[in-house]
Design a binder for this molecule. Structure first.
Ligand code: SF4
Ligand code: SF4
Length: 390
């Protein structure tokens, strides 16, 4: 009897060749087979066929996966590791201490789906930051009253393009939304924010195996941006989840919506070039896993930044930085070890310190900032040039 309810064809696709191992951050820092994609798939198979129980070793192997999907991009057999891991997490029983489960419930069920609550919590955080009560190692951006002022972008209507605002990005990095709107308008687009209902896209819920919650949030998000206009998303994790709504919901409407979703740089690269001058500054490009391995949309970042910045590449073949949704909070030691490798790669790429890094994902930005790296969103970097020129 199936225990994890995984797709048999996806589960048997792995031929155990091991070509994915160098692309797995947890294997790279531990050297353990059970912390590799091949080891995790073997463990899933054993549980699925009833030859092994769901025990502490199995749960640990699943929990320690960052879900970066670097293995999926490297796999010559086309193993859909992301689907396997999402399915496995959805099938596992709730675990952790009652306190942790209560915090997770409040976060996933109460705060993220209600943006007003998240904003209220953000004001509390702002005060706590002023009182020095928020540890810097959490990497939260410095919250300010100016940053939290309302966006000067109308909501609803029939725009040329929607700018998805979402949850954490809008609460903690709203200035990046301002930059995104500035750049989109400079590219000639009439931009609008979503109607009510786009509180959260559900990406974090999918990561955590909360598929029912993710489906409810996806349905609301789709309804909040009607019509045929492109949906521009400046968070790589959100964009990846929204491009997968067709599979998540299994409807033609959801698939049609997913086809309208574009990462910010992907959308901008398809517009006539902006008249940006060279700044002479060097930027190291960090590819968020959900932009590179899942959306496969990392090239446009280089296309839109290269007119104004001298770009450097890391030599680590885009290995994950260890952020992974809530992973940095849930697995701080492994996330820190993985980040150490990434920070070293960023410094090697720049050849100097301090390093200015471009990253299109809020989770990666916060995780790297916690290690003292200066991380900016591509939209912020381009808006800065436009505002300087203007
Ligand atoms: S997941 Fe793909 S690359 Fe990794 S061991 Fe299996 S077949 Fe090989
Ligand atoms: S998703 Fe990332 S961390 Fe998980 S097995 Fe694949 S490469 Fe390793």
């Amino acid at each position: 009897m199936s225990v994890l309810h995984l797709d048999d064809a996806e589960l048997v696709a792995c031929v155990s060749c091991g070509l994915c191992l160098p692309h797995c951050p947890t294997y790279r820092v531990t050297g353990l087979e059970i912390a590799s994609p091949r080891g995790r798939i073997a463990a899933m198979r054993a549980v699925e066929t009833g030859s092994a129980p769901i025990d502490a070793t199995f749960l640990r192997a699943m929990d320690e996966c960052v879900q970066c999907r670097g293995c999926e991009a490297a796999c010559p057999s086309g193993v859909q590791f992301g689907h396997l891991m999402e399915g496995t997490r959805a099938a596992l029983p709730p675990r952790g201490s009652p306190f942790r489960r209560a915090i997770e419930w409040a976060g996933y069920r109460l705060v993220l789906p209600r943006h007003a609550l998240l904003l209220a919590f953000t004001w509390v955080l702002l005060v706590a930051q002023r009182l020095g009560l928020v540890p810097k190692k959490l990497g939260l951006p410095r919250l300010t009253r100016a940053g939290l002022r309302p966006l000067a972008v109308p909501a609803g209507g029939t725009p040329d393009a929607w700018m998805f605002t979402g949850c954490v990005m809008d609460a903690w990095m709203r200035d990046t939304h301002r930059s995104t709107a500035t750049v989109m308008r400079a590219a000639g687009a009439d931009v609008a924010c979503p109607n009510r209902g786009a509180d959260c896209c559900g990406a974090l819920h999918v990561h955590a195996g909360r598929v029912g919650d993710a489906r409810r949030l996806a349905t609301r998000t789709i309804a909040s941006m009607p019509g045929t206009a492109p949906v521009v998303v400046n968070s790589a994790g959100c964009g990846a989840a929204m491009k997968d709504y067709g599979r998540l919901l299994g409807t033609d409407d959801a698939a049609a919506f997913s086809a309208r979703v574009h990462d910010f740089s992907e959308w901008l690269a398809a517009q006539p070039p902006l008249p940006t001058k060279s700044t002479g500054r060097t930027v190291v490009v960090q590819d968020p896993c959900h932009l590179r391995h899942v959306q496969r949309a990392h090239a446009p970042v280089r296309a839109v930044l290269s007119g104004a910045y001298a770009l450097c590449e890391t030599d680590d073949d885009a290995l994950c930085c260890g952020a992974g949704g809530a992973y940095a909070a849930l697995q701080p030691e492994l996330a820190g070890d993985i980040r150490d490798r990434k920070v070293a790669a960023l410094r090697r790429a720049a050849g100097s310190d301090p390093v200015l890094v471009a990253s299109a994902n809020p989770g990666c930005a916060m995780h790297l900032r916690a290690a003292g790296v200066d991380v900016r969103h591509p939209a912020d970097l381009i808006a800065e040039v436009l505002e300087g020129d203007g």
